[in-house]
Write a protein that binds this ligand. Structure first.
Ligand SMILES: [Zn+2]
Length: 405
């Protein structure tokens, strides 16, 4: 049935109120209706209606708080609202080159279980990709005697250009095809709603929710692993750009007609800093035997290998140049260098800091703080789960409205 514009608007408004109430309960842990109304500057009747809907959808439940000292003469306990944690199970995944890390969380974000699923192929067709994600999910659910049918939402983080709103992947190093509309593949391959998002955006979300970005309004997260990613938080919100793709810092050009990048272009930052680039540089120098990871190059540099030392130093210089451009563009409170199990001490050396200082325009003010956050693959998945919870909340609130009309 077609709705008039006016009724659609009032529906959107009611949904927005339900979501605001839900998010406020999430932030506070447990809170009374009257306190929600005063915090959101809305009427108690509006909050009562919204919470009734959220309770009937299984998103929120009532608990008994401490008795009011003044208002409840006979010590009647206060009714508080809190999230109905166990009601929904959400999966967050991070697809890397050799492994998919999976975390299952309840609706409050508490970890239920996690799993590492070894990957045979780093690059897959869209259909094989979804099939592999499903296998990883099935193994994870089996660990807690559940099945994949018990999931309310699945959120997947991958490297590349992703339009999260449409589940559209313009390009990813994990996928063999370009411009893939994943919505159909996900519908066909998974039993619940699924969402794809750029992995660096998920890390920015995780840093903002439970990491070094907590309480900051403007910060950048530079992710360093196979490639180089960037998550931008401006005025407390993730900035995704016009096509939802966000920022591809790894493909910012640092050299005219420079080294060939995995995206097909030349002179990208990633083509000097990404681990594949470092390994390629060493290979070109005829030192490829038994050299598989950046850690191997570090080991050689520590042992005095001049080639390894110069490859790492060059990567650091290029990285410093890139970071100084970011500071000139955004003037952030802080830049968080975030990586999973990767050695990147060569990217935060004194030489790199000097290069940054030389490249930043305003030399009279202090540089933004540059913090290093080493975290495991599971934190990427945790960021994916946070995004999944947000998306499931939106869907469930929309369902309330659909059922009511
Ligand atoms: Zn590139």
């Amino acid at each position: 049935m077609l709705k008039s514009k006016a009724s659609q608007n009032s529906l959107d408004q009611r949904n927005a109120t339900r979501l605001r109430v839900l998010e406020h309960i999430r932030t506070k842990g447990s809170i009374s209706r009257i306190d929600i109304a005063s915090a959101l500057q809305t009427s108690p009747a509006t909050v009562t209606a919204a919470t009734a809907d959220l309770i009937s959808a299984g998103l929120v439940r009532e608990t008994e708080g401490e008795a009011h000292s003044r208002s409840a003469k006979r010590g009647r306990p206060r009714v508080l609202l809190q999230l109905d944690g166990p009601s929904y199970l959400v999966a967050g995944l991070k697809v890397a080159r050799q492994v998919i890390s999976v975390i299952l969380v309840d609706f409050e974000g508490n970890e239920v279980t996690s799993h590492m699923y070894a990957l045979q192929d780093a690059r897959m067709s869209p259909r094989d990709f979804v099939r592999t994600v499903r296998l990883a999910l099935e193994e994870t659910c089996a660990k807690i005697d559940r099945t994949i049918d018990g999931l309310s939402g699945v959120s997947i983080g991958i490297a590349g250009l992703v339009d999260a709103e449409r589940n559209f992947v313009h390009w990813s190093s994990s996928i063999t095809e370009r411009n893939v509309n994943f919505a159909a593949f996900l519908d066909e391959g998974l039993p619940c709603p699924a969402f794809i998002e750029n992995d660096a955006n998920l890390v920015a979300k995780a840093e903002q929710l439970f990491g070094l970005g907590k309480g900051l309004s403007n910060f950048l997260v530079v992710t360093i692993e196979h490639g180089v990613g960037l998550g931008i938080v401006l005025d407390g919100k993730l900035f995704r750009g016009n096509h939802g793709c966000g920022a591809e810092f790894g493909h910012a050009k640092v050299q005219l007609d420079g080294a060939l990048c995995q995206c097909g272009q030349r002179g990208c930052l990633e083509a000097y800093v990404g681990d594949y680039a470092l390994i390629r540089e060493m290979t070109v120098a005829g030192q490829s035997s038994a050299l598989e990871t950046v850690s191997d190059i570090h080991d050689r540099a520590h042992a005095g290998d001049q080639r390894a030392i110069s490859v790492l130093a060059r990567a650091g210089q290029m990285f410093g140049l890139g970071l100084s451009n970011l500071i000139n563009l955004f003037a952030p409170d802080c830049i968080i260098l975030s990586g999973a199990q990767v050695s990147f001490e060569h990217l935060c050396s004194d030489d790199v800091m000097a290069r940054i200082r030389n490249g930043v325009v305003n030399v009279d003010t202090a540089l933004p703080e540059i913090k290093v956050h080493h975290w495991g693959d599971l934190m990427w998945a945790k960021g994916a789960a946070a995004y999944g919870i947000e998306q499931v909340s939106i869907l469930k609130v929309q369902e309330i409205a659909a059922n009511a009309s």
